[in-house]
Design a protein around this ligand. Structure first.
Ligand SMILES: Cc1cc2nc3c(=O)[nH]c(=O)nc-3n(C[C@H](O)[C@H](O)[C@H](O)COP(=O)(O)O)c2cc1C
Length: 190
C-alpha cells in the first residue's frame, strides 16, 4: 500500500515500507545482494570516512543464524523468514582515538541507500534496533571502536496472512507520518 503523501514524490519512496511478512521460500541472488551493498557503499559521509561495516548472512548459513540469535524474540518471530540479515556496525572513533559522533548519521544514509536499492529490485528491507548489540559484538569479535547499530532483514514480501495477532494488524495498517507542518519548524512553503 502506497503512502498518502501531501504531494507526489518518487514512487520508490512512497511505495517503500517495512513489512514483516517475508516469504520463507524466497532466496536472494548474489547479484542483488551485492548491488544492495554497493548502493550502501556509495552513500555520502562526513570527510568521506565511510564508517559503515556490514556482516551479511543468507538464510541457512551460519552468519544468518548468528545475527538472528541477537534479535529480540519479537523480531526473531518474523525475521527468520527473511532471505538475508545484515548487521550494520559503525566505526565510532577517528584514527587518533577521539570519538566520532557523526558515524551513526553516516551509517543511516548508507542504510537508506541500501533500503531503496532493495525496494527498487522488488525486495523489501526492514530495519531493526531490537537486537542485543553487545552479543553481536561478541559473536563477531568486533574491536571496541566498531559498534553494532542496527540489523536489516531483506527479502521477498509474502502474504500478510501468514502473520498473526499484532503482527498481522501492523502489516495491514496504513503507513502514518506527522504532518509536514509539525516537522518543518520554519519556512514551509504554502
Ligand atoms: C532504526 C530503526 C529501528 C527499527 N527497529 C525495529 C524493530 O526492532 N522491530 C520492528 O519490527 N521494526 C523496527 N523498525 C521499523 C519501524 O517501526 C518502521 O520503519 C516504522 O514504523 C515506519 O514504518 P514504514 O517503514 O513501513 O514506513 C525500525 C526502523 C528503524 C529506522
Amino acid at each position: 500500500m502506497s503512502a498518502t503523501t501531501s504531494t507526489p514524490i518518487h514512487p520508490v519512496l512512497s511505495n517503500r515500507r517495512s513489512p514483516r511478512s517475508f516469504d520463507a521460500t524466497a532466496t536472494i541472488s548474489n547479484e542483488a545482494l551485492v548491488a544492495i551493498l554497493e548502493a550502501a557503499r556509495w552513500a555520502p559521509s562526513a570527510n568521506n570516512f565511510q564508517p559503515w561495516r556490514f556482516h551479511v548472512g543468507v538464510r541457512g548459513d551460519e552468519v544468518f543464524d548468528s545475527i538472528l540469535s541477537t534479535l529480540v524474540p519479537f523480531n526473531q518471530s518474523w525475521a527468520n523468514r527473511a532471505s538475508a540479515l545484515v548487521l550494520v556496525s559503525i566505526v565510532n572513533q577517528n584514527e587518533d582515538g577521539t570519538p566520532r559522533p557523526i558515524s551513526g548519521f553516516d551509517a543511516g544514509l548508507a542504510v537508506s541507500q541500501l533500503t531503496f536499492e532493495a525496494h527498487s529490485r522488488d525486495q523489501v528491507a526492514h530495519q531493526m534496533a531490537g537486537f542485543d548489540a553487545e552479543k553481536a559484538a561478541q559473536t563477531f569479535e568486533l574491536p571496541t571502536q566498531i559498534a553494532p547499530i542496527v540489523v536489516i532483514a531483506i527479502g521477498t514480501q509474502g502474504p500478510a496472512e501468514q502473520l498473526e495477532g499484532v503482527l498481522l494488524e501492523r502489516e495491514n495498517a496504513p503507513r502514518q507520518r506527522k504532518e509536514l507542518s509539525e516537522i518543518v519548524l520554519a519556512g514551509l512553503p504554502n
